[in-house]
Design a protein around this ligand. Structure first.
Ligand SMILES: [Zn+2]
Length: 65
C-alpha cells in the first residue's frame, strides 16, 4: 500500500481505509454494488452476495461498546 493520503478521494475517511455501513444513506456493496442489506446487530450483510460490512460508528460509540 503506497497511497498518499492527500491523493485519496474526499469520500474516504483519513483515519482508515474501511468499508462501513452508514445509516440514513444508500450503501453500495463493495462486492457486487448492491444496495439491499440484511441489517444485523453489529454489521450489515449484502442481500445478494452476503458480504458483511461493519457499521460506521464514532469513536465515543466504539469506546462505549
Ligand atoms: Zn453484495
Amino acid at each position: 500500500m503506497h497511497v498518499h493520503r492527500a491523493q485519496w478521494p474526499t469520500a474516504f475517511q483519513p483515519q482508515g481505509f474501511r468499508i462501513t455501513y452508514r445509516f440514513g444513506t444508500t450503501n453500495y456493496c463493495p462486492g457486487c454494488g448492491g444496495t439491499h442489506w440484511h441489517v444485523g446487530r453489529s454489521s450489515a450483510q449484502c442481500a445478494f452476495c452476503a458480504t458483511a460490512v461493519p457499521f460506521a460508528v464514532g469513536m465515543y460509540e466504539e469506546r462505549a461498546a
